[in-house]
Design a protein around this ligand. Structure first.
Ligand SMILES: *[C@@H]1O[C@H](CO)[C@@H](O)[C@H](O)[C@H]1NC(C)=O
Ligand SMILES: *[C@@H]1O[C@H](CO)[C@@H](O)[C@H](O)[C@H]1NC(C)=O
Ligand SMILES: *[C@@H]1O[C@H](CO)[C@@H](O)[C@H](O)[C@H]1NC(C)=O
Ligand SMILES: *[C@@H]1O[C@H](CO)[C@@H](O)[C@H](O)[C@H]1NC(C)=O
Ligand SMILES: *[C@@H]1O[C@H](CO)[C@@H](O)[C@H](O)[C@H]1NC(C)=O
Ligand SMILES: *[C@@H]1O[C@H](CO)[C@@H](O)[C@H](O)[C@H]1NC(C)=O
Ligand SMILES: *[C@@H]1O[C@H](CO)[C@@H](O)[C@H](O)[C@H]1NC(C)=O
Ligand SMILES: *[C@@H]1O[C@H](CO)[C@@H](O)[C@H](O)[C@H]1NC(C)=O
Ligand SMILES: *[C@@H]1O[C@H](CO)[C@@H](O)[C@H](O)[C@H]1NC(C)=O
Ligand SMILES: *[C@@H]1O[C@H](CO)[C@@H](O)[C@H](O)[C@H]1NC(C)=O
Length: 625
């Protein structure tokens, strides 16, 4: 998988060019010493000759690029003991995450040098031995050491960590009594599944007993005053009424968000780890950029306010450009207007990101066109969720359709194990796509042109009807270079340059899609003898010689009593691909014709289907994966 490393690094190049590019040489060397001395099963893209700040997986520098402040390497497969005097040289480090590796040995004693450490995530490793003296890290805020083999007692040095908001020591082998810890900022605690004994100290009775579960702790009479009467028990640990100091609202909010995000990130990480387990381990780092996100805010780089993702109203997504850049991604394909990627965000949201190339429109024209495209809410049009415009980078964000495009359904995986695309589905693709295009043609006072209709831009919506994507880009991109092989077979004869696409050339392209559905042949394909065949010409020649039955996809021949419908649809397709643009039907006529092929069709539909067909904006029916 040539996953996202390309995506991220290219984007980073494009977007961060304004950042100072000084490489922290000593910190870099420390990292190299660390990674070279430490066995790991997944390769990292830590190339000595590339800048550490912008390109190395899991590394984040201070704003001026002089020091490394965050290191996140979860699930890289580190095995053994952390080589001494490596990470500890990153003395400006604030965030360290090495969770979910197989690190053994004692807590590294040289971590005492990391005086600025605020967030420490070492959970799910195989650390053992005693816990360290915590008093050296005055700024510690979140500590997760759960799911290791730490033993010995809970150190008193935790007291006095005035910043500590969350402490997770669960699922270790800690023993002895819990010391009376004064931790004024502590919001979250988990000491469960250890071998602790004795009773709950006064300072910690505000936490619910579940955080001490799995120990030998007598709770007895202490339990009673713990729960404040006006709070449901579950909430008593979130905001202790009894605690003298009031926690700032922002801090509280931050913690809540942090808790949510971390949980979700961990979940996403697990899912991804599971999914990818069977794949090749090399080149894996691109998909493994899952990290704790909340501390991110501390060090997030100055983002130009105008360079942000623009979301359309009603969009339920919640992520920003940073998240998108961090997402793992996979190349879906190279389209007429640029590369398309499937990006999986930290909360497991999956979107399609299109990087447009050759955009000739200025910012305002671009935004205007996006507004038009983004305003279309129709169940047969793939919704544009968000876009991004900067000088170097133009992105469009769409929903991801897990079934893939109609092109891949028709042409992919022929042969053994293939599930053929049945006739009913093909009819639904045809009618849905027609309705989507008609809706597009109604936009912008009836002037909007799709401009790039082809089967790889058509997907199945939740009701398994066709749904078109990639519209409205012709006016903002530069005229195409001579021939784009893929789009060529769909292009109407009068169109020599995609900027000249019209609604009637859309009808032509749609006709080609219909032919594709009927024949399962690509619009331009080769026969045995290397000869290029244009689908339209081929169908013409076959039909002229009255071998009509020969044109149809053999996979369709298994369905009984559909011949008549196939012939009717073929005639509609032929009327769409006539040479003269003004002789082609309008899209609304095409819809009527297709609906007539199947008289049962309208009855199958809930009434919303017909309503949403009108060009007036109606509330969008649910569109999703
Ligand atoms: C490191 O980067 C340089 C140029 O940036 C490239 O020539 C070299 O092949 C890369 N090495 C590895 C191991 O990727
Ligand atoms: C701890 O945090 C404060 C405030 O962010 C900062 O001024 C101080 O330098 C930090 N201490 C260390 C040792 O980094
Ligand atoms: C982790 O440590 C425990 C006990 O120290 C040991 O039993 C276990 O095999 C170790 N696991 C790995 C993966 O090293
Ligand atoms: C902690 O575990 C180590 C081995 O990992 C052992 O040598 C040591 O005695 C244990 N300490 C306690 C207090 O149990
Ligand atoms: C906590 O701080 C107080 C004074 O600020 C000090 O006397 C005490 O030794 C500290 N306790 C620990 C465990 O560091
Ligand atoms: C680690 O512990 C912190 C603090 O208790 C908690 O917020 C976080 O959810 C934990 N992370 C995981 C993956 O359990
Ligand atoms: C504490 O951690 C354990 C896992 O070690 C988990 O099952 C439990 O739900 C956690 N409790 C709280 C209150 O977070
Ligand atoms: C606790 O640790 C054990 C062994 O390391 C593991 O099997 C178990 O799933 C962990 N429990 C939780 C709740 O994480
Ligand atoms: C502590 O960590 C465990 C496992 O890492 C997690 O299940 C639990 O939610 C965490 N507890 C808190 C309070 O963050
Ligand atoms: C639990 O603690 C009590 C004293 O607090 C002790 O008498 C008892 O033996 C302990 N039980 C176990 C299983 O350790």
């Amino acid at each position: 998988m040539e996953a996202l490393s390309i995506f991220t690094s290219i984007l980073y190049l494009g977007l961060i060019i304004s950042q100072v590019n000084a490489d922290p040489v000593e910190d870099k060397q420390a990292l190299l010493d660390f990674v070279n001395g430490f066995r790991h099963s997944r390769s990292l893209n830590w190339n000595e000759s590339s800048p550490v700040c912008n390109q190395w997986t899991g590394v984040k520098c201070s704003q001026d690029g002089s020091r490394i402040v965050a290191l996140r390497l979860p699930g890289v497969g580190f095995t053994g003991q952390i080589p001494p005097n490596t990470i500890s040289r990153l003395s400006a480090l604030k965030i360290l995450s090495l969770r979910s590796n197989v690190i053994t040995g004692y807590f590294p004693s040289d971590f005492f040098n990391l005086k600025s450490l605020s967030f420490l995530y070492l959970q799910f490793n195989n650390f053992s031995g005693p816990l360290p003296d915590f008093s050296v890290w005055k700024n510690l805020t979140i500590v997760n050491l759960s799911n290791n083999w730490f033993n010995g007692t809970i150190p008193r040095s935790l007291s006095n960590l005035t910043q500590l908001q969350a402490l997770n020591l669960s699922n270790n082998s800690l023993s002895g009594e819990i010391p009376d810890l004064t931790l004024p900022s502590l919001q979250q605690l988990n000491l469960s599944n250890n071998h602790l004994s004795g009773s709950i100290p006064k300072s910690l009775v505000r936490f619910p007993s579940s955080v001490f579960a799995g120990n030998n702790i007598s709770s007895g009479e202490i339990l009673a005053p713990r729960v404040s009467p006006d709070l449901p028990p579950g909430e008593s640990n979130v905001r202790p009424k009894s605690s003298g100091r009031r926690i700032g609202e922002t801090a509280l909010l931050g913690i809540i968000i942090a808790a949510c995000v971390l949980g979700v990130a961990a979940f996403a990480f697990l899912i991804i780890a599971c999914c990818v387990r069977n794949k090749k381990e090399d080149g894996f780092e691109g998909t493994l950029q899952k990290r704790e996100m909340s501390p991110e805010k501390l060090v997030s780089r100055n983002q130009d306010a105008s360079n942000r993702l623009f979301f359309f109203e009603g969009c339920s997504y919640a992520f920003d450009l940073e998240d998108l850049l961090r997402a793992s991604a996979e190349v879906l394909g190279k389209g007429t207007f640029g590369m398309a990627y499937k990006a999986v965000l930290e909360d497991a949201t999956t979107v399609v990101v299109k990087r447009l190339k050759d955009v000739s429109a200025g910012k305002r024209d671009f935004e205007q066109q996006m507004e038009i495209v983004g305003s279309i809410k129709h169940e047969n049009v793939v919704e544009l969720k968000a876009y991004y415009y900067s000088k170097d980078e133009k992105l469009m964000v769409y929903d991801y359709y897990s079934q893939g495009s109609v092109s891949s359904m028709l042409h992919g995986k022929r042969g053994e194990g293939r599930i053929p695309l049945d006739w009913d589905t093909r009819m639904r693709i045809a009618i849905g796509t027609a309705r989507g295009i008609a809706r597009i043609h109604a936009e912008n006072s009836g002037k909007l042109v799709h401009g790039n209709i082809k089967s790889s831009n058509i997907f199945l919506n939740t009701r398994q009807y066709g749904c078109v994507s990639d519209l409205g880009l012709t006016t903002i991109t530069s005229p195409l270079a001579p021939v784009i092989a893929r789009a060529a077979g769909y292009r109407a004869p009068e169109v020599t340059d995609t900027r000249k696409a019209t609604q009637s050339s859309d009808v032509y392209s749609f006709g080609v899609v219909l032919l594709e559905l009927l024949t399962a042949k690509s619009p331009i394909h080769t026969t045995g003898g290397d000869e290029l065949v244009h689908l339209v010409r081929w169908v013409h020649s076959v039909v002229r010689e009255e071998w009509t039955a020969e044109v149809f996809d053999i996979e369709l021949l298994r369905y009984p009593n559909i011949e008549e419908e196939m012939v009717e649809l073929l005639q509609i397709a032929m009327s769409c691909v006539v040479r003269m643009p003004d002789q082609r039907p309008k899209m609304l006529d095409v819809i009527k014709m297709i609906e007539n092929v199947r008289r049962v069709e309208p009855e199958n539909h809930p009434s919303s289907e017909n309503k949403s067909e009108s060009s007036t904006p109606t509330p969008p029916p649910p569109v999703a994966e």
